[in-house]
Ligand binder design. Sequence first.
Ligand code: ZN
Ligand code: ZN
Length: 348
Amino acid sequence: MKKMKAVLLTEPGKLSFIEREIPQIQDNEVLVKILHVGICGSDLHYYEHGRIGDFVVTKPIILGHEAAGVIEKIGKKVKSLKEGDLVAIEPGIPCGKCFYCKTGRYNLCPDMKFLATPPYDGAFVEYLAYPEDMCFKIPTDMDTIEGALIEPLSVGFHATNQANAQIGESAVILGAGTIGLMTLMVLLAKGLREIYISDIVDLRLEKAKEIGAKEVFNVTKYDIVDEIKKFTNGEGVDIVFETAGSEVTIKQTVNLVKPGGRIISVGMSPNPKIEYDFGKLQAKEAVINTVFRYRNIYPFAIKAVSEKMIDVKKIVTDTFGFSEIPDAFKYNLKNKYKTVKIVIDMNK
Ligand SMILES: [Zn+2]
Ligand SMILES: [Zn+2]
């Protein structure tokens, strides 16, 4: 059996290079040589704390779920892909049989196998055996860095779908991390222009401005609620996207939305039980929609990047090689205020 290299999280803060057998493919699967993998906030959480919310690492795990690569081999029944195709890998494999899967909401499947979510290993490996229908071919005018970033872009896509965002509407995005910036790019592509964004990190706000936010606010210096009132004649905005996942920003959403508006909860708070002003929410007849990952987005997100409507690479601040993955994690943790997205070049 041929061996491959992989990177294993053996305990919080410790990543080790190991050898595994190159996986055998089933008839409906392809063997993907992984070329690029993004480091996600969730990978960092598992690395630092060994958990996120109810997902707890109880045994060593391979991290990484934002991945793209090249097809090395195809299973007997595979029809849509061939050797040499570049693919973006959608990291969740749903069961396909349950009520949620059958009604198209497979992100809610209770039997979802999601890469780098305990107990399932992720993509910091040389090769991955993966179902054909969860690998999405990327066109020749795109590369696998963009392919890997289709994953966080899909979260932003899903968030704007959950908001039913319409051309000409106004929006606030709380948090200018990867998901906040992805949401910003999708909103701009959908024709919204009055988009305000807040964060505590200047570098991220500079990115947001460069991408096309109307106004950016560093909330260590400005009160976002006051500022939005000023810019909207005291009314608030049509849509509020909460992507920071902090107690403070979650509570603020109701003060930022205008009557009849929508609040989209995207960020995951470390403490999920939060005091919230439902009285005010009702008086405004505003709605809250939530976002859990995404569904049926990959083909559209790929098209948006390929057709130059969205330049996902703008959020990449650093790249590291495969052999530097442990350094990349250390660097990312230490320099949270200097990085947005780190991408691993798995060939280096
Ligand atoms: Zn991610
Ligand atoms: Zn299912």
